[in-house]
Design a protein around this ligand. Structure first.
Ligand SMILES: *[C@@H]1O[C@H](CO)[C@@H](O)[C@H](O)[C@H]1NC(C)=O
Ligand SMILES: *[C@@H]1O[C@H](CO)[C@@H](O)[C@H](O)[C@H]1NC(C)=O
Ligand SMILES: *[C@@H]1O[C@H](CO)[C@@H](O)[C@H](O)[C@H]1NC(C)=O
Ligand SMILES: *[C@@H]1O[C@H](CO)[C@@H](O)[C@H](O)[C@H]1NC(C)=O
Ligand SMILES: *[C@@H]1O[C@H](CO)[C@@H](O)[C@H](O)[C@H]1NC(C)=O
Ligand SMILES: *[C@@H]1O[C@H](CO)[C@@H](O)[C@H](O)[C@H]1NC(C)=O
Ligand SMILES: *[C@@H]1O[C@H](CO)[C@@H](O)[C@H](O)[C@H]1NC(C)=O
Ligand SMILES: *[C@@H]1O[C@H](CO)[C@@H](O)[C@H](O)[C@H]1NC(C)=O
Ligand SMILES: *[C@@H]1O[C@H](CO)[C@@H](O)[C@H](O)[C@H]1NC(C)=O
Length: 502
């Protein structure tokens, strides 16, 4: 027994002393199973590993300083190495080649001109191939950040490189034992008003929404602002966002995981308890599941009836709706008139997550007024909004066809104008009118009552006057008029200012 443990310890000591850590890989050097490439600050490490219960070997990057093995990138995700004979080499034309015996398992395919290439793992977790002496990121021959696996690290882009045709998208592992690409991915869905979305295969699973200048449509309360800096870039070459941490020592990552209920999760490493802490995840509630309320329905997680139809719409199938089967959505009570441009109008909604932006058109330099006119001209235009809500709003985005995946948000600031036939607008207008009329009647009654009270008070407290004009301006809030508090306030002002009655 003692001999056995001695052997185990010896083997361990031998193996750890044999572990070879490299800083760079040049053309003449190679990395074989058991060796690692370590980033300059010692944060990340590249080497061979076996995930979970698997015996297969993969070339990957993990945190060197964290005791819980956390792999952030895998080279040969879908093509494992069977034994410990994997070897990574850098060839003279500037490409990485991973071989098992003489079989090529994985390789890079950079077409860029290589001159004395060198492989380096940066402290941010980016594995880069560059010409020796040239550390300009734009000149990298190849970088792992262009080929995300399931993890987005600070400084890494998620979105699209339109010029070089990179889809910077994170894709889940099949299982904790198998890093090959699973069903779920997270990235940019291109359209005029492009948005980020979690996909299940080619189907939408949970929309994060488009960038409106302040936040992603579905996540209005970025509660991490004090820790993270988010940058969103859109131009003709690329559309992406990336995040960085404001605290240098903070270790954080965003992971997509198909074997967890927390599909897209932001983790932060807690050094005290030596444990990854969940900092936020999506889907956050039932309303985040794509299209849960169908067309023209909206989802409100706080309500008992999670799904509701927009004003002027009714469930397409009342029976199904009653059974909480909402996906068939809602239909209009009155058809749009469309033909006569002046007879449709718009209802304004504020605080919604905008509908699916797949069928949208964006006009960056058009005012909201012109946006409305343009929308009315096209019969299939169902809604419009400002594309950027900063500084009072600018830009015009129009939605065509069914409005899908609306969600009522807590703290949403975006306004959406939904097209309605004139008859429906009249209904809501006359409803409003009725409210105003009854309010006026009530206010008048209140005034009369108040006058009577003041009359009484004046008779009792001689020399005290009331600021009457103040009460008139408050007359819309006629409920206040009945309250004793208001009356006291009125008398207090009167006693200090001695204002004359109107
Ligand atoms: C590894 O093993 C699998 C199944 O046993 C086999 O299909 C594959 O070809 C092997 N890979 C190599 C590089 O030999
Ligand atoms: C280097 O590797 C790449 C990818 O396998 C290959 O296309 C290229 O021919 C190799 N260059 C040399 C000099 O072997
Ligand atoms: C690779 O070569 C080693 C040593 O010759 C051998 O043990 C191993 O089975 C080979 N691996 C494969 C997948 O052929
Ligand atoms: C993704 O879609 C497949 C097939 O439609 C389904 O079986 C699976 O449960 C879905 N995954 C998630 C996470 O919803
Ligand atoms: C994904 O979730 C499963 C189950 O919760 C967990 O075991 C696994 O470690 C997670 N994977 C990642 C990369 O976080
Ligand atoms: C919906 O259910 C309620 C009772 O839960 C019932 O009174 C009502 O008639 C139902 N409506 C339809 C359209 O089935
Ligand atoms: C528009 O007018 C044409 C002809 O007058 C009619 O056939 C069509 O149904 C109308 N469209 C709508 C949406 O009312
Ligand atoms: C919008 O206006 C800005 C500045 O006036 C201009 O630079 C930009 O090209 C315009 N965009 C479009 C799509 O016309
Ligand atoms: C309305 O807009 C849609 C989507 O942009 C377009 O396909 C269609 O041709 C437009 N219809 C008219 C009459 O302009």
């Amino acid at each position: 027994m003692a001999i056995l443990s001695f052997i185990v310890i010896l083997a361990y000591l031998l193996s750890s002393s044999l572990a070879i850590e490299l800083d760079y890989i040049h053309v003449s050097k190679s990395l074989s199973d058991g060796m690692t490439l370590v980033s300059q600050g010692g944060t990340f490490e590249l080497g061979f590993f076996s995930p979970g219960k698997s015996q297969n070997r993969y070339l990957g990057i993990w945190y060197k300083k964290i005791p819980v093995q956390t792999v952030v990138w895998v080279a040969n995700r879908a093509n494992p190495i069977n034994g410990s004979s994997g070897i990574l080499t850098l060839n003279s034309t500037g490409n990485l080649v991973l071989k098992e015996n003489e079989t090529i398992i994985w390789n890079t395919a950079s077409q860029k001109q290589a001159k004395n290439p060198v492989l380096e793992l940066l402290d941010g977790g980016n594995l880069v191939l560059r010409n020796d002496g040239d550390s300009n990121p734009k000149a990298y021959l190849w970088q792992s950040f262009d080929y995300p696996c399931d993890t987005q690290l600070p400084g890494m882009k998620t979105g699209r490189d339109l010029q070089n045709d990179f889809d910077w998208r994170v894709t889940s592992w099949k299982s904790p034992d198998d890093p090959s690409p699973g069903d779920l991915s997270y990235g940019l869905v291109l359209s005029d008003y492009a948005e980020f979305s979690i996909m299940n295969g080619t189907k939408k699973f949970c929309r994060i929404g488009p960038w409106n200048g302040l936040y992603f449509g579905g996540v209005p309360n970025m509660k991490y602002e004090y820790i993270y800096e988010l940058s969103y870039v859109t131009n003709k070459d690329e559309i992406f966002y990336s995040f960085s941490t404001k605290i240098d020592s903070l270790i954080t990552r965003v992971v997509i995981n198909q074997t967890s209920e927390h599909v897209l999760t932001q983790y932060v490493w807690d050094d005290k308890v030596q444990h990854w802490k969940l900092f936020g995840s999506l889907p956050a509630d039932v309303c985040d599941y794509y299209g849960c309320c169908g067309a023209f329905g909206y989802c409100s997680a706080a309500d008992t009836h999670v799904c509701q139809c927009l004003k002027g719409f009714s469930p397409k199938s009342p029976k199904a709706w009653n059974l909480s089967i909402w996906t068939q959505g809602c239909i209009r009570n009155e058809p749009l008139s469309c033909n006569v441009t002046s007879s449709d109008g718009f209802l304004k909604y504020t605080g919604f997550k905008e509908p699916d932006t797949q069928h949208t058109r964006l006009f960056e330099n058009i005012t909201l007024e012109d946006c409305e006119v343009l929308c009315l001209k096209n019969c299939s235009c169902m809604a419009y909004a400002n594309s950027d809500i900063r500084e009072g709003g600018r830009g015009c985005v129009m939605w065509f066809g069914d409005l899908i995946d609306l969600k009522l948000l807590q703290g949403g600031k975006q306004s959406l104008y939904i097209r309605m036939p004139a008859s429906e607008l009249e209904i809501s207008r006359s409803h409003k009118k009725k409210v105003i009329i009854s309010a006026t009647i009530a206010a008048t009654c209140g005034m009369l009552l108040l006058c009577y009270v003041i009359y009484k008070v004046r008779r009792n407290i001689a020399g005290n006057y009331c600021l009457f004009s103040h009460i008139i301006s408050k007359s819309q809030h006629f409920l206040y008029m009945y309250s004793i508090a208001e009356l006291k306030f009125c008398l207090n002002i009167a006693s200090s200012q001695k204002t004359i009655l109107v």
